[in-house]
Design a protein around this ligand. Structure first.
Ligand SMILES: Nc1ncnc2c1ncn2[C@@H]1O[C@H](COP(=O)(O)OP(=O)(O)O)[C@@H](O)[C@H]1O
Ligand SMILES: [Mg+2]
Length: 367
């Protein structure tokens, strides 16, 4: 395995470029547009929904992987039939691509989940509202991300439009004390490795801040999260990085929210925080190379996302802040768009968080 093909040219593909160079791998990207975040390694600009485009891109590539989960399953299956190594493969990806399928499979495997149901009519929504306190979460099963396709619902009429397009996932509104994410990497030989669980904070359904490790007085939570991550990676035969988004409830239980089978926003903090970043580990895993150490390099690492714009002109102001690293995704400014992130490291969590927030604030601009 030497040549990696990444379908999708977003920031995840971009952040694989450095580690690929370090490992001596050649990374090729099938990007959506000429100005995609990973344009520096874009060998093809084209539509990932077009089979010919994808098959042509895959020629001469040893293994295909993904920047996002929106590649249609028939394309992934066609790649496999053509003899291309696809990691993760079509079977695990089918679980990550559809939140209803994900709920069914995770329930069959016995993993702890929020109360859930599937609505086909507004009467189904009304019934679920009545039995779940009149306030629920509705989700479009496919194609959602960053809170798009997720809504708090108190009246069945709110999901009428979604129901016209197909079934809708309904979930109890979980009264979580916080959200965690468990990152795992698994390679075809079965070797599996976990990072310590991280704490994530979402703003309007979008990841905003991540703390490595998740602060806790209860080491049991960390062990349960790690075991859950390992088990799901094995159950689903995942190759590559898997992120398991979790809710921690007030009574100390962990419920699985959703899965992502690729590097994940909650893992950006591993770039500075860990011996092996999620991007390097993903490449090692899909190439079936031995996995790297997931040991933390600092007592704390905190990542804060930057939305909107990230101009080079503001970099100089960052020099006032110690031990802060900047990641610019090379994207055009747009209100609410994830354009980069900052990570601070340190020995005190409050101080590390303050420096990370201050760094992100430097880039804050109303656009
Ligand atoms: N059942 C739920 N109860 C409470 N909050 C939820 C529930 N499901 C999702 N959320 C909130 O919405 C966010 C986005 O939902 P998620 O299913 O992870 O969608 P996305 O694919 O957009 O990440 C979650 O991180 C969490 O903050
Ligand atoms: Mg999510």
């Amino acid at each position: 395995m030497r040549v990696i093909g990444v379908i999708g040219g977003g920031q995840l593909a971009r952040m694989m470029i450095g580690p690929a160079i370090e490992l001596g791998l050649e990374l090729r990207v099938l990007a959506e547009t000429n100005d995609s975040s990973a344009r520096d390694r874009a060998t093809t600009v084209g539509d990932f929904r077009d089979l010919d485009t994808v098959l042509t891109f895959a020629r001469g590539v040893d293994v295909i992987t993904f920047d996002h989960e929106h590649v249609p399953s028939d394309i992934i299956v066609a790649l496999e039939k053509a003899g291309v190594a696809v990691r993760p493969g079509s079977a695990p990806l089918a679980v990550a691509q559809d939140k209803i399928v994900m709920r069914h499979i995770l329930e069959d495997l016995g993993h702890p989940l929020p109360v859930w149901g599937v609505a086909e009519t507004t009467a189904d929504v009304k019934g679920f509202l009545d039995t779940n306190g009149g306030r629920i979460i509705a989700k479009v099963p496919r194609g959602g991300y960053d809170g798009k396709g997720v809504a708090v619902v108190t009246d069945a009429a709110q999901v009428a439009d979604w129901l016209h397009r197909g079934p809708v996932l309904m979930e109890e509104m979980v009264d979580f004390s916080r959200e965690l994410a468990q990152l795992v990497a698994r390679r075809p030989s079965g070797e599996t490795s976990v990072w310590p669980a991280v704490e994530t904070t979402q703003a309007n359904g979008v990841c905003a801040e991540v703390i490595l490790p998740a602060p806790t007085d209860d080491s049991r939570i960390v062990e349960v999260a790690a075991e859950l991550g390992r088990q799901i990676a094995k159950d689903l035969n995942v190759n590559g990085v898997l992120a398991v988004e979790l809710f921690e409830t007030n009574d100390g239980r962990l419920l699985v929210n959703e899965l992502a089978m690729r590097p994940h926003n909650s893992g950006h903090v591993t770039i500075e925080g860990s011996v092996t970043s999620q991007f390097e580990q993903h490449l090692r895993a899909i190439c079936d190379m031995p996995l790297g150490s997931t040991k933390s390099l600092h007592p704390w690492a905190v990542m804060v996302n930057v939305f909107g714009s990230m101009d080079l002109g503001r970099y100089s102001r960052l020099t006032q802040l110690s031990d802060v690293k900047l990641h610019n995704y090379g994207k055009e400014p747009r209100a609410g768009r994830k354009v980069g992130h900052v990570t601070a490291t340190g020995t005190d969590v409050t101080d590390t968080m303050a420096r990370a927030r201050a760094a992100a604030e430097i880039f804050h601009a109303d656009i």
